[in-house]
Design a protein around this ligand. Sequence first.
Ligand code: ATP
Ligand code: MG
Length: 212
Amino acid sequence: MITIALSKGRIFEETLPLLNAAGITTPEAPEFSRKLILPTNRADVRLIIVRASDVPTYVQYGAADIGVAGKDVLNEHGGIGLYQPLDLNIARCRMMVAVRDDFDYESAVRQGARLRVATKYVQAARDHFAAKGVHVDLIKLYGSMELAPLVGLSDAIVDLVSSGNTLKANHLKAVEEISAISSRLVVNQAALKLKHDAIQPMLDVFALAIRK
Ligand code: ATP
Ligand code: MG
């Protein structure tokens, strides 16, 4: 059995064409099903639906053989025990620093002010500001980061941005790009050896099906 861990939403939707290219189809979409284990047309392949940030953990421990996870999530997880053979070039966005419209980020940085930064991406934020030599107090959040500067929880946030519409709707502006984000295929290293004959052909098909 090959178990593939995916999260609902954009990762599931954008991984589906790659699975289809490998001849794998699912009768049930997770948006319409409450099932967490989804069968596929292949008796030896199943999908499990987990939180985006839990995908690396399932694969690390071998509860899933393969998974799809954003670079943001992999960076926070650390990637221990994971083979990362392919950048799938899906779920693309950018990790950015954002502040309120009326906040002068440049001069705060120039003056060496200590900044309060709220984020789900504590590791990435710590690395970014350390590299810039900016002192920060990091505040860990689990979602809706845009709210933090509006209610005085923080001066800045580190968040993922694609269109920028959410920032705009909340009177925030992006002031710095930290990195480009896309999702990668992750494979359990032991599974790759033990189930090589089933997994390697899938990796080969995915590699060919990736949109450049
Ligand atoms: P959860 O909602 O379970 O807390 P999440 O918010 O990280 O998790 P999604 O919003 O589905 O889950 O995001 C999954 C992945 O998609 C992220 O880890 C990231 O790599 C990518 N992603 C997040 N936001 C965007 C976006 N606005 N545009 C494109 N890709 C994104
Ligand atoms: Mg989300």
